[in-house]
Design a protein. Sequence first.
Length: 55
Amino acid sequence: LSEKSKIKTSEARSMAFYKGLSEKSKIKTSEARSMAFYKGLSEKSKVHGDDFKNL
């Protein structure tokens, strides 16, 4: 019993670890996306600077 429970806990740990990793990677990709989005916005604002000033 104790051997099985040990295996199960280690499995649960690795599952939680991989889940945490995937969550982090999701956050990182979304961060990268928003960074690219803001970068694109700033690039556009440079080009259309006068348009934004008129608004």
